[in-house]
Design a protein around this ligand. Structure first.
Ligand code: NAP
Length: 337
């Protein structure tokens, strides 16, 4: 069963915001699976902020994309040919060979997912590293205690929208979110159960955060960095906790951003500020799956998706996500004829 597959490759390292000429959309032909391999028809692709870092030639916790090769990332799909024991044709699997229509993968590189528990694409979002990041951040990195005031930036995004709801379930007395634009802030209040919402593109972030948190904040879940982190330090209570999850405001910067101006306040306030990587928290997967599946089933955990259609739209989906076009998880759906 020979298939042709279209895929996205990085061909030049972007300087600042990625531009179309940094990428190539190519077609390849895939052979039949060798013994121990499966051929997966990708149905859903994930586009994520960390992929911007992989476009730079910088060593990190995950290697940079290789120029001229298909980019990688999380995907879920259907096994259409199998030479691997225990993974029959028709099985739904998740794996890391995204950014392409079909993937030839070793059996050990794919995980069988339970579509009875949740739709396949949930394994790229709430039941994938996205949901786990939110849960780990608020339980192990910057644990929420009963009665805490919690602030979450990037709150209408994939991680942030789940984090806000988890904070409430962990006993937070007040959950404040920031996001770009009035539509998103309305959704924070009306759909995701936040108590207060700040449109960071309008007005004075420091003043609005202080007004939304008259008693200060105890926990900050940072998806954004920059002014958001600085405002959170300024507003934080004694012995506050900060989970440094992401700094998307700086991902396209061509120079290192200045550090938080109010960092010295962290000394007197005894703030515990911790960087996190979700890969340190895989031991929490069973615990998170159990809770998330129950909350999804009883309707108490709302998840949102923004979907772009077709492999040819994958790069646009990534760029749009970086610019804030998504609410909840940004996904690419591939429909095959
Ligand atoms: P996301 O929030 O669904 O999408 C990115 C969002 O970032 C956009 O929708 C946009 O929303 C916001 N944004 C873009 N530029 C911004 C800016 N200059 N200032 C403020 N907000 C900006 O993405 P996600 O997958 O859930 O990831 C959220 C963060 O978590 C990212 O920083 C990511 O790197 C991080 N992360 C970390 C880990 C880890 O292990 N440490 C794991 C997963 C994700 P607005 O419209 O609100 O601007």
């Amino acid at each position: 069963m020979t298939v042709t597959s279209r895929e996205w490759r990085l061909v030049a390292r972007p300087f600042g915001e990625p531009k179309p000429s940094d990428f190539e959309f190519a077609t390849v032909t895939l052979a039949d699976p060798a013994p121990g391999q499966v051929l997966v028809r990708n149905d859903w692709l994930s586009v994520d902020p960390y992929m911007r870092g992989r476009m730079n030639d910088v060593e990190s916790y995950i290697p940079p994309f290789v120029l001229g090769e298909a980019m990688t990332g999380s995907a879920v799909g259907t096994v259409v040919a199998s030479a691997a024991e225990g993974i029959p044709v028709g099985t739904t699997v998740s794996h890391f060979a995204g950014w392409r229509e079909y993937a030839l993968a070793d059996a050990k590189a794919v995980q069988i997912v339970d579509t009875a528990l949740a739709p396949a694409q949930a394994y790229l979002g709430v039941l994938g590293t996205t949901g786990l990041t939110a849960y780990a951040g608020l339980t192990e990195v910057a644990p929420v205690k009963e009665g805490d005031v919690v602030f979450i930036s990037g709150a209408a995004g994939a991680v942030g929208s789940v984090a806000g709801q988890i904070a409430k379930k962990l006993g937070a007395s007040r959950v404040i979110g920031s996001a770009g634009g009035p539509e998103k802030t309305a959704r924070l209040l009306n759909e995701f159960g936040f108590d207060a919402a700040i449109d960071y593109r309008e007005g004075d972030l420091y003043g609005e955060l202080a007004a939304a948190a008259p008693d200060g904040i105890d926990v900050y879940f940072d998806n954004v960095g920059g002014d958001h982190l600085d405002a959170a330090i300024t507003t934080m209570n004694l012995r506050g906790r900060i989970a440094l999850c992401g700094a998307i405001s700086a991902y396209n910067d061509t120079e290192l951003p200045p550090g938080p101006r109010h960092l010295p306040l962290a000394i007197g306030k005894r703030i515990n500020m911790r960087g996190m990587n979700v890969s340190d928290h895989y031991h929490q997967i069973p615990e998170w799956y159990g809770k998330a599946a129950a909350w999804i089933a009883d309707g108490s955990l709302r998840t949102e998706e923004t979907v772009f259609e077709g492999i040819d739209q994958a790069l646009d989906a990534f760029t749009a996500m970086m610019a804030g076009a998504n609410t909840g998880k940004m996904l690419v759906r591939l429909q095959h004829n």
